[in-house]
Design a protein around this ligand. Structure first.
Ligand SMILES: NC(=O)C1=CN([C@@H]2O[C@H](COP(=O)(O)OP(=O)(O)OC[C@H]3O[C@@H](n4cnc5c(N)ncnc54)[C@H](O)[C@@H]3O)[C@@H](O)[C@H]2O)C=CC1
Ligand SMILES: O=C(O)[C@@H]1CCC=N1
Length: 271
């Protein structure tokens, strides 16, 4: 299967790392990006073909992945539209951009799947929320699922409105994890450990706890309570976090991300 990426930035690079050599040989992946650095990096790392503008390779692709910023999507769609075969499956990874707007910008093209991946796709450990527009065939849904599964797990949604909450939880989620890890590393340093030790301890703890949660049938609350001896060290830390309103702040932050996704869709759709 020949797949073209329009946009070869951060998220496209992560997906291509998951796909190339596993789902399909790198030579079956084509990347269009005006940035010579982006193209050089991807051709060197994965043996993909590359171009500065949309051409024959895109026209002959079964799947086109739109991987530009939401603000760049309308222009990218306008450039793609005259080159797009009627039966080509379009995957959008953009936050906010609504399927109906994208379809309009693509001249009424209906075979569109909206997806929300995340950067752990880079190591095959991503998770992607997906929703198919009306014109997507079962075979195209299967193909879209297989492509995203090459970069990790997939979760299908039957309501497009839920892609903004998915963006808030898992699309943006890796940044929250890195933010929390940064805080743990800073605390480690302030408590006398080296930055390297702080990073090693924090990252291994996060990875181990996440894997334990993934494998355990028990609730997250029970897993947390197992660490928390009454009157002990964890109790002191969790009590301090509750007093500082950490959980409420996290909930508020994710709601802000979901709202921003909706706003982006409205702003770009109206433009
Ligand atoms: N970075 C992330 O963690 C995630 C990003 N996304 C979505 O992925 C999309 C891309 O985000 P990033 O990769 O972070 O941005 P980025 O800025 O790293 O990549 C965008 C790329 O598109 C290229 N580009 C701009 N206009 C173009 C055009 N007309 N034709 C071809 N290429 C063009 C730019 O040169 C750039 O290399 C966004 O819509 C974002 O919402 C989704 C999930 C996670
Ligand atoms: O921050 C953003 O808008 C994109 C979408 C999800 C992750 N990064």
């Amino acid at each position: 299967m020949k797949i073209s990426f329009i946009g070869g930035g951060n998220m496209a690079s992560a997906l291509i790392s998951g796909l190339a050599g596993k789902f399909t040989p790198g030579s079956n992946i084509h990347v269009v990006d005006p940035s010579p650095e982006a193209l050089e990096r991807l051709t060197q790392a994965h043996g993909v073909t590359a171009a500065h503008a949309i051409g024959d390779e895109v026209r002959s692709s079964e799947v086109v992945v739109l991987a530009v910023k939401p603000q760049q999507m309308r222009e990218a769609a306008a450039l793609l539209q005259p080159q797009l075969g009627a039966g080509t499956l379009v995957l959008s990874i953009a936050a906010g951009i609504r399927g109906a707007d994208l379809s309009r910008w693509l001249g009424g093209h209906r075979a569109i799947v909206r997806t929300m991946p995340n950067t752990p796709a880079l190591i095959g450990r991503g998770i992607t929320g997906m929703v198919a527009m009306d014109g997507v065939s079962e075979a195209q849904k299967t193909a879209a699922d297989a492509i995203m599964k090459a970069a990790g797990q997939t979760v299908w949604l039957n309501d497009e409105a839920l892609i903004d909450p998915v963006t808030a939880v898992s699309g943006s989620g890796p940044a929250y994890v890195f933010y929390f890890l940064e805080a743990m590393q800073q605390a480690a340093v302030e408590l006398g450990l080296s930055a390297e030790q702080g990073r090693e301890l924090a990252v291994a703890t996060f990875a181990g706890a996440a894997e334990l949660a993934a494998r355990s049938p028990e609730s997250l609350q029970v897993l947390r309570e197992r660490v928390t001896s009454k009157g002990g060290t964890t109790y002191a830390a969790i009590t301090s976090m509750e007093e500082s309103g950490v959980k409420d702040a996290v909930v508020k932050a994710l709601k802000a991300a979901a709202t921003r996704g909706r706003e982006l869709g409205e702003e770009m759709g109206a433009s």
